[in-house]
Design a binder for this molecule. Structure first.
Ligand code: NAD
Length: 507
């Protein structure tokens, strides 16, 4: 078969968001008004659209096709057809494509970052960091694509030889969240394409533009039609799109990042055709500060882990457990550090905390705070909607939290540090492990044997030890318990898109 990657138009690209200013007229001339299916920019069958809003201003930044069953079916068929030529490209060709895609993303880092800030609200510097992190998966998997090695295994019989090969799973259906509109996509799509799979993706309804920008750059990097399609849909139609992806017999793999509740729905649907699944679901990360901890370092780590993306990352610390002997000191230092945070529109200079994604998210934060206060907790700083209005919320610390409170039992997903007092290692381990989720966990200690003990006993997939920021493309990202199945990034990430096949040779 002729390789779809032989003629590669590498244009230098500038996404048309650089012209976007901070006014609505400029935003309404937003370039994308179509989704990207089978290499074409298309509207929905019935021309229905949904609006996307800037969470900082509440203003509409554009409308996109509200797609459903039919368009998803079309994208799946195209992906299935494309799979048979994409899988036959060489690993080096796929690697080269991913490298070009990476380069284009980095060349357009500022424009992609603006787009993230516009639709997600996070500060521009954080958004630029996300673009570098997200593009990094394309670079990393362009390298890993060439290292999908098989194996020979010593045979128990002289008349048989055992060989193991790895092959792409097939069409991968993907659904991604709004908190990392760019990186949650490349973290899935790059390993899938590297492995030889093709992809149909449904991005979050709040942040679909970053996904479309990635399509434009992929196209410029030489992406053949059907290999990576993006279906846009409103929240109402998301379930329809998800159902087609999960139940379609031509889709072999589902990869989802989002809430545990939606993950469970998708798992059930995918069971009907026994699909491979990867799930990156919610967390409720413990952050433990032991007596021996370096308090300054712990406070720094706490702020970085808790208030990045306004507390809307799945790995962000949700429950702060602080040893009773240093509890007051820690809270005091945390309040001082929080006073330095600057809340505002992420496009403005010096902002460190943007708005929450929408009012629904603000209401959840308010529910958690009022529940805690009713049950005896104290708000020592913040606790209210920010004076900027809309979806802005004050950075908040709540003390005297107990395990019965909502903010300890569930992910708050907002800028609220809930602080719990503890006395013994045994007690804090039981509290840290009491949740049904197990994504990330953090602790600060300078006692070497305690460090080893806690690292082993924390029931999570990732542990930050004297460190509050742990994600990088080189390390495996994933959770245990109800936080998910499988890993993304690292050398393990590509395995999620590969089948192991055993070949038995009679000789
Ligand atoms: P969500 O689960 O509501 O939405 C995630 C995606 O699923 C969106 O694209 C949405 O449109 C889609 N969706 C919603 N209902 C669906 C359905 N019935 N069928 C198919 N698709 C459906 O989550 P969210 O509100 O976007 O994000 C917040 C949650 O996601 C938090 O709990 C957070 O911990 C979790 N999250 C986890 C990770 C991770 O890597 N583990 C990363 C980001 C967010």
């Amino acid at each position: 078969a002729r390789s779809p990657l032989t003629h590669l138009p590498v244009k230098s690209s500038v996404i048309n968001v650089s012209s976007l200013q901070h006014d609505v007229r400029a935003m309404s001339t937003f370039k994308y008004d179509k989704a990207y299916v089978n290499g074409k920019w298309i509207a929905s069958k019935n021309n229905a659209t949904f609006e996307v809003r800037n969470p900082a201003t509440g203003e509409v930044i554009g409308s996109l096709p509200d797609m459903g069953h039919e368009e998803t079916e079309q994208a799946v068929q195209a992906a299935y057809k494309a799979f048979y030529s994409w899988r036959n490209t060489t690993a080096k060709e796929r690697s080269n494509f991913l490298r070009r895609w990476f380069n284009l993303q980095m060349e357009n880092q500022t424009e992609l970052a603006k787009l993230i800030t516009l639709e997600n609200g996070k500060p521009l510097a954080d958004a630029a960091g996300e673009v570098a992190y997200g593009a990094g998966f394309c670079e990393w998997f362009s390298e890993e694509a060439r290292r999908v090695y098989g194996e020979t295994i010593p045979s128990p019989s002289p008349s048989k030889k055992i060989v193991v090969i790895k092959q792409p799973v097939g069409v991968a259906g993907m659904i991604t969240p709004w908190n990392f509109p760019n990186a949650m996509i490349t973290r899935k799509v790059a390993p899938a394409l590297a492995a030889g799979c093709t992809v149909v993706l449904k991005p979050a309804e709040d942040t679909p533009y970053s996904a479309l920008a990635l399509c434009e750059l992929a196209e410029q990097a030489g992406l053949p039609p059907g290999v990576f399609s993006v279906i846009t849909s409103s929240r109402t139609n998301a379930a329809q799109v998800g159902k087609v992806l999960c139940e379609h017999p031509l889709v072999s793999k589902i990869s989802f990042t989002g809430s545990t509740i939606v993950g469970k729905v998708l798992l059930k649907q995918a069971a009907k055709t026994v699909k491979r699944v990867s799930m990156e679901l919610g967390g409720n990360a413990p952050f433990i500060v032991f007596e021996s901890a370096d308090l300054n370092k712990a406070v720094q780590g706490a702020v970085a882990s808790k208030f990045r993306c306004s507390g809307q990352t799945c790995v962000c610390a949700n429950r702060f457990f602080v040893h009773s002997t240093i509890y007051d000191k820690f809270v005091e230092a945390l309040i001082d550090a929080i006073k330095k945070l600057k809340v505002g529109d992420g496009l403005e200079e010096g902002i460190t905390q943007g708005p929450l994604i929408n009012i629904r998210a603000v209401e959840k934060v308010e529910t958690h705070i009022s529940d805690a206060v009713c049950k005896g907790a104290h708000v020592v700083i913040g606790g209210r909607r920010h004076e900027l209005g809309g979806a802005f919320f004050q950075p908040t610390v709540v003390t005297d939290v107990t395990k019965e409170m909502l903010c300890a039992r569930q992910e708050t997903f907002g800028p609220v540090a809930s602080v719990i007092r503890f006395k013994t290692e045994e007690e804090v381990l039981a509290l840290a492990n009491m949740t049904s989720t197990g994504l990330a966990g953090y602790f600060y200690s300078n006692d070497i044997s305690q460090i080893w003990r806690i690292a082993e006993k924390l029931e999570v997939g990732m542990v930050g030890i004297n460190e509050g920021i742990i994600s990088c493309v080189e390390a495996p990202f994933g959770g245990i318990k109800e936080s998910g199945i499988g890993h993304e990034g690292s050398k393990y990430g590509i395995d999620e898109y590969l089948e192991v096949k055993y070949l038995c040779f009679g000789v």
